[in-house]
Design a protein around this ligand. Structure first.
Ligand SMILES: Cc1cc2nc3c(=O)[nH]c(=O)nc-3n(C[C@H](O)[C@H](O)[C@H](O)COP(=O)(O)O)c2cc1C
Length: 358
């Protein structure tokens, strides 16, 4: 068993143990429809065992960024069907990351009046509109207890649309400070109902969303991404007992569901917290070493050889190297990321990175 050997993730067989880490690239325009360049981008990377898309919004009010794609309208679903077809034509596998942006957005981005979160606490600082103008993050609407079912059902409907479009499965985005992560952290979740106040209560909504999505599309088509102790977008999550207890409660609730995988972003994937969560989950486990470090070939190979994880998610190196797995197998040089074109709007810095010759 090595990074380059095939395995199974939930209901699907994958050709190696590299996963494309979800990466927002903002190339889907004002209508959030992934067009031909998005299909080309993912198809170019189909040599990676498990592709996971950028965060895709499941409802208009949950869109976090201009140019981000959605899975709400028929046109968006049709765009994703073409992405799925293009990836499958290359023999690849693709899961869609479902991302409710929660309070990490603005009404001028969503086009809706309401921005939602567990509690009415704004992120300090600004976000950017499509024209680059900075606007302060708004104070979000704290979801009423009886509004949670609607948010949950948006994930369910989005998962159904994704799978019906031919996407192989969905990944629930419960990391990096977006809505589901906001429920997990005591800084962003100060609720006094049964969805806040204790580690178990803060984990409850995420588990309920996972259970409902599993009921709709089957456990073998549902993964989840978490980033324990990742202090980002004002979730202020610390590496402490409270965080550990929250993620233990979460994984205890997820384990019986038989999910396709848990994917963890953490700067020390081999460390105690991540490995304890892996044991508690007991199923397919994907790791990624987080924003502060770039995942390298040698680290990825070692993570599988040393049995730290079942797959390794790789982000930035796969932006610049569509044939990353071939390069890593051969120990070939890698293209560097062109930073100014990481985000939108066109093929430059997206689908024009060179493949290895010959
Ligand atoms: C441009 C960019 C966009 C990203 N967008 C997402 C996203 O939509 N969802 C997500 O869970 N993580 C996102 N991430 C985090 C990556 O999945 C990954 O965890 C991070 O880049 C660290 O891995 P790396 O060192 O291999 O790049 C993004 C990272 C980058 C660089």
């Amino acid at each position: 068993m090595s990074l380059f050997s095939p395995t199974t993730v939930g209901d699907v067989d994958v050709r190696n143990r590299v996963s494309l880490a979800p990466m927002t690239r903002l190339r889907s325009g004002a209508d959030g429809v992934p067009g031909p360049i998005v299909a080309k981008y993912y198809a170019q990377r189909a040599g990676i065992g498990l592709l996971v898309t950028e965060g895709v919004y499941p409802s208009a009010e949950s869109r976090a960024y201009p140019g981000q794609p959605g899975i709400v309208t028929d046109a968006q679903a049709a765009g994703w069907a073409k992405v799925a077809d293009a990836v499958h034509a290359e023999g690849g596998t693709i899961f869609m990351q479902l991302m409710n942006g929660g309070r990490v957005t603005h009404p001028l981005i969503t086009g809706t009046d309401r921005i939602v979160a567990p509690s009415a606490i704004a992120i300090e600082g600004d976000t950017r509109l499509a024209d680059g103008t900075k606007v302060a993050y708004p104070v979000p609407h704290a979801l009423e207890t009886d509004e949670l079912a609607t948010v949950r059902d948006e994930f369910v409907a989005a998962a159904r649309r994704a799978v019906d479009a031919g996407i192989d499965g969905v990944e629930l985005h419960s990391a990096n400070g977006y809505l589901l992560h906001e429920f997990l952290s005591p800084a962003s979740n100060q609720r006094t109902d049964e969805y806040g106040g204790s580690p178990e209560a803060r984990a409850r909504f995420v588990i309920e969303v996972a259970r409902a999505v599993v009921a709709e599309v089957g456990a073998g088509r549902v993964g989840i991404r978490i980033s324990p102790a990742h202090n980002i977008q004002d979730v202020w999550e610390k590496d402490d007992a409270e965080t550990r207890a929250t993620y233990e409660a979460l994984v205890a609730g997820l384990a019986p569901l038989g999910l396709a995988y848990v994917s963890v972003l953490h700067s020390d994937p081999a460390g105690e917290l991540v490995q304890d969560l892996r044991r508690a989950f007991g199923g397919t486990f994907i790791v990624n070493s987080g924003f502060s470090l770039v995942t390298t070939r040698d680290e990825a190979i070692a993570a599988i050889d040393d049995d730290i994880a079942d797959l390794v998610a790789v982000g930035r190196p796969a932006i610049a190297n569509p044939d990353l797995v071939t390069r890593w197998e051969r120990g070939a040089d890698e293209n560097e990321v062109h930073q100014p074109s990481v985000y939108g709007p066109d093929e430059r810095g997206y689908t024009d990175y060179p493949f290895l010759e010959g």
